[in-house]
Design a protein around this ligand. Structure first.
Ligand code: HH2
Length: 281
């Protein structure tokens, strides 16, 4: 996998929300042909991974029942695999192992679990049995209430400790080391100051070992900094976080706008390469 190869530029994970209520694109890609059109544009823009989710995890969101998630996600995953071939990695964004299992059966080959295996006891065993990459993300609380009063004594310490503990649990369940990906969970039970502290301290999370994924795309704390309430207006801000992350050694970026973030990642990543390895003029 590209993100395990330090000689390769970071991976871009394009977000395909097949939900009615996601915070920035809810309702836009609900049917299979809309999702497929978005996926093709993302591949053309340089996406390596397509992340398909049927449940919004924005602040205040309520859980979506398993059957409903399956009905939203599985036909899209099946169509993406059929029409796009073997190449793109297709990730399923769910905290429920039943949904992940059905998506894997339809052609997905990665699991993105924002609960880090805490919602479904079987999630880590499923990832191990299918030998697929697994994203383990930090969240304080649950989406319904996570932004009510988030609090940390030291956010970087706590996120690092959590990721180390969940990584150990995944390894104990049989997930291979090279399949683990860690994510600080920007915006998940965090104040603006917490998100900024995590962005500033990404190198510490990178030092844990496994590839780190950053999911800052269009998130609200940047709107406060940039004076906009429209998440779609946050393209420049999102690209800034991608450049910051790539400079710190982050290997995967989960984004809505693939082409622009691909460019930001490539330029920032080039700075990390040894002298003499810049592309020829
Ligand atoms: N953020 C969102 C959803 N899934 N997964 C990972 N690993 N990291 C993230 O930061 C992350 C995620 C929320 O963004 P989005 O999918 O755009 O919105 P919604 O949850 O409203 O569908």
């Amino acid at each position: 996998m590209r993100w395990n190869r330090p000689d390769a530029a970071p991976s871009i994970m394009g977000i395909i929300n097949v939900t009615p209520d996601s915070f920035s694109d809810g309702g836009r890609y609900r049917d299979v042909s809309q999702a497929l059109g978005l996926a093709r544009r993302m591949i053309d823009g340089g996406a390596d991974i397509l992340d398909v989710g049927g449940e919004s995890t924005r602040p205040g969101a309520r859980p979506v029942p398993v059957d409903e998630q399956v009905a939203r996600v599985v036909p899209v995953v099946r169509a993406l695999r059929r029409h796009l071939g073997d190449n793109p990695v297709i990730s399923v964004d769910t905290t429920r192992s039943e949904v992940a299992e059905r998506a894997l059966g339809a052609g997905a080959n990665m699991i993105n679990d924002v609960s880090a295996g805490r919602d479904s006891p079987g999630m880590f065993r499923l990832a191990a049995a299918h030998a697929v990459p697994l994203v383990i993300m930090h969240m304080q609380g649950r989406p319904e209430t996570m932004q009510t009063a988030p609090h940390y004594d030291d956010v970087l310490d706590e996120v690092e400790g959590f990721l180390r503990e969940r990584m150990r649990a995944a390894l104990d369940a049989g997930v291979a080391t090279h399949h683990i990906i860690l994510d600080p969970g920007i915006g998940f039970g965090k104040r603006s100051s917490d998100n900024l502290a995590l962005l500033a301290g990404l190198h510490r999370l990178v030092a844990i070992g496994p590839p780190v994924l950053l999911g800052a795309s269009r998130k609200r704390f940047m709107g406060r900094l940039c004076g906009t309430v429209d998440p779609v207006d946050l393209l420049g801000a999102t690209c800034a976080t991608t450049a910051i992350g790539a400079t710190a050694g982050v290997r995967l970026f989960r984004v809505h706008d693939v082409k622009e973030n691909r460019q930001a990642a490539n330029v920032a990543w080039a700075l990390r390469q040894p002298p003499g390895q810049a592309p020829a003029d």
